[in-house]
Design a protein around this ligand. Structure first.
Ligand SMILES: [Zn+2]
Length: 287
């Protein structure tokens, strides 16, 4: 059975040929959080007052766009102190080696995904990356569940939510905006491309463990109170629709500050996952 949840090279071809088509003008989302990613994959920059934290570095071939966006947002790449990652797939750490070498920033990745990069690099989805210069990287810090990463006025708590990769890490982020404080949250990865039966069997992974871990991660996150819902793929939380609203009506309340978004966002992930399970069961039952 060929799963529709496995991406094909065709889906990515335009991105490899014409990465500039995916360029997005950077913008301040809320508080000290800036969007510096492209239209396919996110990168978030946090201005902590004592240096910058970058969450994810996009694809290897969109690294130049990321650099441009950081400068265009009004920051210097040389002020990046920490580069932290939601998980160890190539579309989230593609620019990390170069950026870390340039800035001397400290790099962070969960211990589980650091191990995946060391011992099982085929799981970083590199076979889907047509870019020929994809490298791996060794993080300076291996993130543990519940670890606090602090810099300046910002505190980030990690919540280990494996499933999509062995070490998907979600982040609960305390940010400030003048006298106001907000909690931003990001589920670190829920793609079904690595949780469908075809993928799991291909790599001989424990199907029920991977899937139970994913659902347990969602339950952990549902206990969090989040004002600003971040996503490492902008299409999954309507990042650009909210940005459009913001541009159309700059005096209205900030559409990114929306405490009602978090729980439905997580529910949508669970629903998509359940649809996949139903489709697999139907395919198995078919004569
Ligand atoms: Zn991924």
């Amino acid at each position: 059975m060929i799963s529709k949840y496995l991406p094909s090279h065709d889906n990515y071809m335009d991105l490899y040929k014409y990465p500039h088509k995916f360029a997005v003008r950077p913008f301040r989302m809320a508080a000290n959080i800036y969007y510096v990613g492209n239209s396919a994959v996110s990168s978030h920059l946090i201005d902590t007052g004592e240096g910058l934290i970058l969450i994810d570095t996009t694809f290897p071939h969109t690294y130049p766009l990321l650099i441009n966006s950081i400068w265009e947002a009004g920051f210097s790449t040389y002020d990046i102190k920490y580069i932290i990652h939601t998980h160890g797939h190539f579309d989230h750490y593609g620019g990390t080696s170069e950026l870390a070498a340039l800035t001397k920033a400290k790099t962070f990745l969960s211990a589980e995904d650091a191990r995946m990069l060391r011992e099982w690099p085929e799981l970083v989805m590199a076979d889907q990356c047509l870019f020929c210069y994809l490298g791996l990287f060794t993080p300076d810090v291996e993130i543990e569940d519940g670890q606090i990463i602090s810099l300046g006025n910002t505190e980030i708590r990690s919540v280990l939510t494996p499933g999509h990769s062995p070490g998907v890490t979600s982040f609960i982020i305390k940010v400030t905006d003048g006298n106001a404080t907000y909690t931003a949250g990001m589920q670190g990865g829920a793609g079904l491309n690595t949780m469908n039966i075809t993928f799991l069997e291909k790599f001989n992974l424990d199907v029920s463990k991977v899937r139970n871990d994913f659902l347990e991660g969602l339950k952990k996150l549902e206990k969090e109170k989040v004002d600003i819902t971040l996503e490492n793929h902008p299409s999954k939380n309507g990042t650009f629709a909210r940005r459009k609203k913001m541009l159309e009506n700059p005096d209205a309340p900030n559409p990114f500050i929306d405490p009602a978004q978090w729980l439905p966002h997580l529910s949508e992930m669970r629903e998509k996952f359940n649809v996949m399970l139903e489709e697999e069961a139907e395919a198995l039952a078919a004569p």
